[in-house]
Write a protein that binds this ligand. Structure first.
Ligand code: B16
Ligand code: MG
Length: 219
């Protein structure tokens, strides 16, 4: 039986990806590294420090900075990101998400947030959807980030369900990798050419429903 739905946040519940992009783009510019939208795709679902490492490698300066300098760059990016997201309201919840959360509540399924973002609790509060979730996995508590399965395995455990009794919803290729590595059914939101390894790909969140999730899980 399908018992739990594990939700990625950025790109699934709300579109913070554009704010991550702007903050990384500006930090990159300060370091003389171009972060364009195509390269930004590779940062989706990837932790803050791993995103910085990828940007530095992309700029050919992987070994130039100390750990303390990298820490300072991450803090700067995050401070900028936090400024950008302060204006978020419930109107920024992506289409179809709120009806789905209500449907899942009524059907008695568990709902867990499995986001790589350390800002997830704050964003859920801004969106006023915290009460629709039974738990949030702390990304700092898992050994390895996406594409490793850890965060989704932790999400299943938090839901009190086996991986086979869960479904994961993701917008990033690294996130779909993580769901599949956890032996969980994956529903992806976005471009099928990037997310084709998911069990089902939907163009956008408005097509999400409990019926679609159940149908995918039962396939
Ligand atoms: P933070 P998700 C991920 O969230 C984002 O997709 C990724 O761009 C970001 O670097 C990562 O969270 C860490 O976020 O800097 O806020 O801790 O897609 O896994 O919900
Ligand atoms: Mg995401």
């Amino acid at each position: 039986m399908l018992k739990a739905v594990l939700f990625d946040l950025d790109g699934v519940i709300t579109d913070t990806a554009k704010f991550h992009f702007l903050a990384w783009r500006d930090l990159g510019a300060e370091l003389g590294i171009t972060v364009d939208e195509a390269f930004n795709e590779e940062l989706k679902g990837v932790s803050r420090i791993d995103s910085l490492e990828r940007i530095l490698a992309h700029g050919g300066v992987a070994d130039k900075y100390s750990s303390a300098e990298k820490e300072a760059f991450c803090t700067k990016k995050n401070d900028h990101y936090l400024e950008l997201i302060q204006e978020m309201t419930p109107a920024d919840i992506l289409p179809g998400i709120l009806p789905l959360l209500k449907e899942l509540r009524e059907a008695g399924l568990k709902t867990i947030v499995t986001s790589a973002s350390k800002n997830a609790p704050g964003i859920l509060a801004l969106l006023q959807v915290k009460d629709y979730f039974d738990g949030i996995v702390d990304p700092a508590s898992v050994a390895a980030g996406k594409p490793a399965p850890d965060i989704f395995l932790a999400g299943a455990e938090l839901a009190g369900a086996k991986p086979a009794e869960c479904i994961g919803v993701e917008d990033a290729a690294s996130g779909v990798d993580a769901i599949k590595a956890a032996n969980i059914t994956a529903v992806a939101i976005g471009d099928a050419t990037v997310l084709g390894h998911a069990d089902r790909v939907l163009a956008d969140t408005s097509a999400l429903s409990l019926a679609v999730l159940r149908d995918t899980w039962e396939q």
